[in-house]
Write a protein that binds this ligand. Structure first.
Ligand SMILES: CCC/C=C/C(=O)SCCNC(=O)CCNC(=O)[C@H](O)C(C)(C)COP(=O)([O-])OP(=O)([O-])OC[C@H]1O[C@@H](n2cnc3c(N)ncnc32)[C@H](O)[C@@H]1OP(=O)([O-])[O-]
Length: 303
């Protein structure tokens, strides 16, 4: 979070409540949350809507970055801040992540943030990707991904970083780490997250081929935990969260940390080297050419 905080985010006290003020580099100031005295606290930054029911302790974070919830710098920053804010809020015990866009959970990292930009931009972008994953993978509260649409690459990462994954049972949707199909490489911590989720052998095949799975195949390999009819996804996520909430927080939190901390620590120990790797890799002419071709195919609806 340090980088996020360095970008000028500050808490402003507002009576008994708090408002997060994010001065982002695009010059916009976004008010991420304002609390009322009722049980339901709604807040809407431009890219993520947060609805916290303090009587149940369940928050719903809805991605709303049309058309495909691609994770650009602004989205990533808002996402990390939103998670941080809920983590600090004692009335929140669990967070459901879902999408406000029809058919898409998230198209992953915004390819335009990795194409034709300066090394300084790549560096800032990658730090924001790291911040988001570090926050989510090491999150102390319960996270459930309600995957109501396709979820390639970074979208799959967000899903895997959650504690439980429920996917809409629609055979048109796909989920997976497809980076190699773009000619790019998922970094070691994407790989670690997948190994921790589906095991080593499945990750070997998945990552090398850049496999995208249908919901039923994703369930078979354990990439998602449950399939439900699309219209039931939020109600199922809420019911499931209620079961998780039956477990005493401190015991669940320590167990989660025991399993995930070593993976988080690997990135924490090498953040700068990982950023350097990313910047030198993504700026290569051959990689830029691959991304350019992929973007053209996307525009021509050939992906
Ligand atoms: C080393 C780093 C690790 C990398 C990790 C990653 O996450 S890499 C990311 C790997 N991610 C992928 O490979 C996902 C590629 N995307 C897809 O497969 C599909 O878009 C879809 C299935 C998400 C949605 O299908 P659909 O038929 O509903 O939608 P549509 O296809 O018609 O697209 C609508 C518009 O969105 C645009 N756009 C889409 N994605 C991105 C993006 N990530 N970024 C930016 N833009 C994106 C698309 O060009 C089009 O723009 P236009 O022409 O209107 O100006």
């Amino acid at each position: 979070m340090a980088a996020v905080l360095r970008r000028g985010i500050k808490f402003i006290s507002f009576g008994s409540s708090q408002v997060f003020s994010g001065g982002c580099k695009h010059g916009k100031t976004s008010t991420l949350s304002s609390f009322s005295s009722s049980n339901r606290n709604s807040s809407s930054s431009s890219k993520i809507k947060v609805d916290l029911d303090s009587s149940t302790g369940i928050a719903v974070m809805k991605f709303q970055n049309p058309p495909v919830n691609s994770m650009n710098l602004e989205f990533l920053t808002e996402f990390s801040i939103g998670l941080e804010k809920l983590e600090l809020d004692k009335s929140c015990r669990g967070v459901i992540l879902t999408s406000a866009q029809p058919k898409i959970f998230s198209a992953g990292l915004d390819i335009l943030d990795m194409y034709g930009k300066t090394p300084e931009h790549y560096e800032e972008f990658w730090r924001a990707v790291q911040d988001m994953w570090l926050k989510l993978y090491g999150y102390s509260k319960i996270t459930i991904a309600a995957i109501n649409g396709s979820s390639p690459a970074g979208g799959c990462l967000v899903s895997m970083a959650s504690d439980y994954r429920i996917m809409a049972d629609n055979p048109r949707y796909r989920i997976g780490l497809n980076e190699t199909q773009l000619g790019i490489v998922a970094p070691f911590w994407f790989k670690d997250t997948m190994v921790n989720t589906v095991g080593h052998r499945t990750t070997e095949l998945s990552l090398q081929f850049g496999l995208m799975y249908s919901p039923s195949d994703a369930l078979k390999i354990g990439l998602v935990d449950q399939l439900v009819p699309e219209e039931n996804i939020l109600s199922t996520a809420t019911e499931t969260m209620t079961k998780w909430l039956d477990i005493p927080d401190h015991a669940r939190e320590i167990s989660k940390s025991m399993l995930r901390k070593p993976t988080v620590d690997r990135l924490l120990a090498s953040r700068d080297a990982d950023i350097k790797n990313f910047v030198s890799f993504i700026a290569k002419d051959s990689i830029q050419k691959s991304l350019g071709l992929y973007l053209t195919m996307l525009k021509q609806r050939k992906v």
